[in-house]
Structures are given as C-alpha cells and as structure tokens.
Ligand binder design. Structure first.
Ligand code: 2AM
Ligand code: CA
Length: 274
C-alpha cells in the first residue's frame, strides 16, 4: 500500500465527485457556450464555475501548491512546474457536454516537477472514479484495474483518438496516417474526452489511444492511470511524454505500443509543432 500523497488523493476524489454532481445536474439544461481559440473550442459557465470550485478547495487545503487550471480566470497560483503542481481540467469533453452527450469527466492531477504522480478522473454519469498514485496501482471506485493484457496485436485492438478542434491545428492531423490505422486495427473510436479515454485504456476497455495538440490538463491524470495500470505512455516518437504547452500523446496496454507508433507513421519532423 502506497500512502504517499494520500491526503492529496482524498481531496482530489472528494472535489471531483462534488464537481461531477454539478456537471451532471447541468448537462440537459440550457447552456450558453462561448468560443475560445476558434468556433469549435467551447467553454461554458459550468467549466468556469467548476474550475473555480476545485481550485479554491485545493488552495485552501494546500496553500503552498501551484494550480494550473484549463480556464485560468486568474485563479492560478504559485510557480507551475515545481514539486507540487496541480493540473485541473474541470470539464474534459466540453463539446460533448454542450451537445448533451454524457461522456465527459473531471480530471485532476498532481505533478512533481512536471512528472504526474497522482491522477483522478471522475465520470459523473456512470459514477466511476478512476484513481492512481505513482507506485500504488490504478483503481476504479477503489477496486484495482489494469490495461488489457490479452491483446498483443493492432489487428485485435480497439483504438481511440481525438481530432484537434482548432482548424489551425488540423494540418497536424496529416502527420498521422488515419487510413492506415483504420485498415490495421480492429476499429477506431473518437469519444471526445481525452481524460476519460485514457482512463478507459487504463481499465482495459480500449487498447490504445493517441491524439495531437492536447494540453497538459487533458492528459496529466490519465497518464498516471495508464502507467499504474501496467500500460505505456509516450509521445508519438516513443519518447517519455513531457508536459509541454502542447502535448502529442500515445497510450496503450503496452503490448501494442511499438506497433501503434509505427502505424501512426510519425515522421519525426517536429518543425511544425505548435
Ligand atoms: P476539453 O473538452 O476540455 O476542451 C477531444 O478530442 C479532447 O481534446 C478533449 O479532451 C478536449 O478537452 C480536448 N480539446 C478540445 N479543444 C482543444 C483545444 N483547442 N486545445 C487542446 N485540447 C482541446
Ligand atoms: Ca480538456
């Protein structure tokens, strides 16, 4: 049993579940979505309210920690990148939420010098809370989970990806050979919440995931889940994933990881990285 970060884990689960109730209550009501970087980059009052709630509670309990939240709002405190930096995505899957598609999550991670050490992804619609602390395994509602160890080839794999909403980032999609992936895997999904998709890889429901141009708060919690569930996480070149401004991620059960990366045909050209 790994008791490290137990206090942080307890708080993260508590606030994620509370925030989730709020999200669940609001999804089928009238929501006004505003756009951020482009027409498909949406934010609602719910994203902002939930983030304020989560950030305030973390600050109250851990005043020395830094907090980076997706919607910012001037709530961020401390120097990100230090020993205790929280990454908060109050509502991952905002587009699903706005369209009334109940597939979104609250994602909360704690990173030590930008290495995620604690991850909580909470799905308020299925009441599933995925948790992991580095070195302590991964759990769903307290019960151990593991990545799918029964699938070792791409042709048997159920993969998942996401499409960058921002039109300016779409040319980067051509860096991935989608047709080749679809031809070679069992099938490909795009479910709209990177955090929850990573949690599904961690729990063996999906075999592998990749996406380009994500942000640290989309992936930090899910990274810990996948790694603690025995899976693999890397960038698209197979290198350890860094929580840089934009993140290109591949995650899998581990057994298919090499084949997945080969199939994505990442050419190693980082010149048009944003
Ligand atoms: P969000 O719902 O919190 O915005 C869907 O493919 C995934 O991409 C979701 O996790 C979504 O997070 C994220 N996403 C959507 N728009 C994005 C953007 N402009 N930049 C980075 N990530 C984005
Ligand atoms: Ca997000």
């Amino acid at each position: 049993m790994n008791n490290k970060y137990q206090e942080e884990l307890n708080l993260a689960v508590r606030v994620a579940v509370e925030a989730g109730k709020f999200i669940r209550d609001k999804i089928y009501r009238h929501k006004v979505a505003e756009t951020k970087s482009c027409l498909s980059d949406l934010v609602t009052e719910v994203d902002r309210q939930v983030e304020t709630y989560i950030v305030q509670l973390i600050q109250q309990h851990f005043p020395g920690h830094a907090v980076v939240g997706e919607e910012q709002q001037g709530n961020c405190t401390g120097e990100p990148g230090g020993a205790m930096t929280w990454y908060v995505d109050p509502l991952d899957g905002t587009t699903n939420f706005v369209f009334g598609l109940p597939f979104c999550a609250v994602s909360i991670a704690l990173a030590n010098h930008d290495v995620p050490v604690l991850g909580v992804v909470h799905d308020p619609f299925r009441e599933e809370t995925f948790t992991a602390v580095r070195g302590g395994g991964a759990q769903i509602n307290g019960s151990p989970i593991s990545a799918d160890s029964s699938i070792a080839t791409l042709e048997r794999s159920l993969l998942v990806t996401g499409y960058p909403g921002n039109i300016a980032k779409r040319p980067r999609m051509h860096l991935v050979n989608y047709k080749q992936v679809i031809d070679r895997c069992n099938n490909l999904r795009a479910l709209g919440s990177a955090a929850l998709e990573l949690a599904y890889v961690a729990s063996g429901r999906l075999t592998g995931f990749w996406e380009v141009s994500l942000r640290p708060w989309d992936v930090a919690a899910g990274m810990v889940l996948v790694e603690e569930a025995g899976g693999a996480v890397s960038d698209l070149a197979g290198q350890p994933l860094q929580l840089t401004e934009y993140v290109d991620i591949a995650a899998s059960n581990g057994l298919i990881h090499k084949e997945l990366l080969e199939c994505l045909e990442w050419p190693g050209d980082r010149s048009n990285r944003e």
